[in-house]
Design a protein around this ligand. Sequence first.
Ligand SMILES: *Cc1c(COP(=O)(O)O)cnc(C)c1O
Length: 390
Amino acid sequence: MANKKVNYNHTPLYREAGFNLKDSETTKKAFADELEHHHEPDNYIYSRYRNPTTVAVEKQLMELEESNWALLVETGMAAIDVAVSIFEKGNETRPWLFFHEIYGGTNSFIDTVLIKRRNRDIHRFYANEGNYDLAALEDMLKKIKPEFIFFEAVSNPMLIVADVKRIIELAKQYSCKIIIDNTFGTPYLWKPLLDGADLVIHSATKYLSGHGNISAGVICGNDTELLKEAIEYRKWAGHFLSPDDAYRLGSQLKSFNLRFKQHCNNALAVAKYLEKHPKIESVLYPGLESHPTRKQALDLFGDKGYSGMITFDIKGTSDEDKRNKLNRFVAALEEHIPLIPTLGEADTILLPVEPVWGAKYPLPGVIRFSVGIEEIDHLISMIEIGLGKV
Ligand SMILES: *Cc1c(COP(=O)(O)O)cnc(C)c1O
């Protein structure tokens, strides 16, 4: 029987498109105070502006990120659109600098939206042999004086860990704002705002929701002016997370820390297992001594963990041989570790690198694992099924 006194500790799900403002006085106040009181409990107007369920989950994310504000949007891509668009000042806009080792979708957004449609002056900073040359970065900052730099703490699929503290320091020296996509690092491993970043975004589709059943994105920051710009852009460009998805994200966030700890522990165990396996050529994982940016990973994450992504190369006598072996591995695992092009799910999933990245990473034996939260012995036994067919 329903007991009204029970506190379920869940914010109710408000599906309303618009809210009852009762009278002219309240309406006037709601519209006048709208920007000032974003995270406050009353005077809701219209869900696309602000919704109580969504705001409750934004508060959970503020706690997780230790930020002054958080705004939810419908996807990680929408979060990136909001984060960069608030720096748009028409013809006055200074160049924008993006690292090239970022999510493929972000590179496509830059090409097809920012350059092709908005005609923005975009520069890219390339990695050099699996690492970032910070002297070259400084030269670029000096020369082009960008409005902001945008990068990821842990890159995809090569898992380059950036020397983020030094990069933030450099950017500040040249009055350049800092936007970080921390989808791979997550607030469990690193909170960029505490180290001086201006904005951090996540694809909450990945680890934050963690079950591969919600698309969502979030932008977090501390600066109130940036918050006002972000609210304005989100509202008028129509970026908005549905209250149903916000509600589910809020529930799934409650297990985020537990889940992420398990992702990290499992990934380290799987990386060590693969590194010793005679059928494996090499393993990239920032938790291994052999990783090219191991030092940065230790500096940034200490011993908390190194995320749940592993990239490894199957041994072979030729490109063709590697391709065949990879295909047999993938086929044998279809029922156990499926090929699904996302990451950060509770289940371990895989993605072959060459068919996705093509010319950028033409590596015929290379597979990316998004390691899940399964019981580790069971997980290893599944991987053995695949390796048995190689
Ligand atoms: C998936 C992903 C995105 C895009 O997020 P969506 O929720 O798919 O829009 C952005 N950045 C990184 C690092 C990602 O992995």
